[in-house]
Structures are given as C-alpha cells and as structure tokens.
Design a protein around this ligand. Structure first.
Ligand SMILES: [Cu+2]
Length: 140
C-alpha cells in the first residue's frame, strides 16, 4: 500500500518535467539568440570550409574580408550556384543567403536553415570558385 503515493508522486513529477521541458527549451533559444559563426577571408581563401548549423535555429554569420579585393559568400543548392556562375548581378544584399563583402569590410547575415542537408557556399566572383573559394554548410 505504501508504494502507491510514491508512484503517483513520480507520475506527477514526470508529467511536470514533460510540461516544463519544452518551455525551458524555448526560453533557452530566445535567451541565447542566434548562434554566431565567424569566417574570415585571407588571400582569397575562407578560414573555414565546413560549417555545421542546427536546422530551424537562426545563425548569424560574421564574414570578415581581409583582402584588398571584394568577395562574396553565397549559400544554396545546385540551382542557386548554377544561376550565379552565369549571373551578372554585381552586388548582393537583399537575400540573407547571398552576401557581398567589399574589400577590407565585414558583412553580417542571419539565416535560418529550414531543411536538413548539405549546401555549398561559394564566392562567385570571376575565377574565385576555381581558385578554391568554396565550402559547405551542414544543416543537421
Ligand atoms: Cu572571392
């Protein structure tokens, strides 16, 4: 007979945790804000070529161009990159996933990746991709 109240208390505690845990998670996400990832560009090379981000969570990229020439940071699927390889858009700025970084400047963008997958990021200024200005974003 003595075990019954204990079982009930345990059930209440488990229910309480189940109800509170999602609220704590939401509070954590709001309090912590977007994750920040810093990338620098030196001599036409990205400082990192593999970035892992959480699906559905905003991430702010701070991209510092230390070169005396302009660069870009464009992330997307194959269709996005195919369009930019033949595109003529001189500057980007209205799409969070397409960033122009003028010489010796730092650009910021905040992106929430809505689907899992691996997406290339590439600088599409003439000759830069061929020189090796590319990497991947892993969304998990
Ligand atoms: Cu470049």
């Amino acid at each position: 007979m003595g075990s019954r109240p204990v079982t009930r208390r345990l059930r209440l505690a488990v229910t309480g945790v189940a109800l509170i845990a999602p609220l704590l998670f939401v509070a954590y996400v709001i309090a912590s804000g977007p994750a920040t990832i810093r990338i620098s560009i030196d001599r036409s090379a990205f400082s990192t070529t593999s970035i892992t981000v959480a699906v559905g969570q905003p991430v702010t990229l701070v991209i510092e161009n230390r070169d005396f020439i302009d660069h870009e940071w464009i992330v997307g699927d194959d269709a996005v990159h195919a369009a930019h390889r033949t595109g003529s858009e001189p500057l980007h700025g209205t799409r969070a996933t397409e960033v122009s970084i003028p010489a010796l400047e730092t650009a910021r963008t905040t992106i929430t990746f809505a689907e899992r997958g691996t997406f290339a990021f590439i600088c599409h200024l003439p000759g830069h991709e061929g020189y090796g200005m590319r990497g991947i974003v892993i969304v998990d």
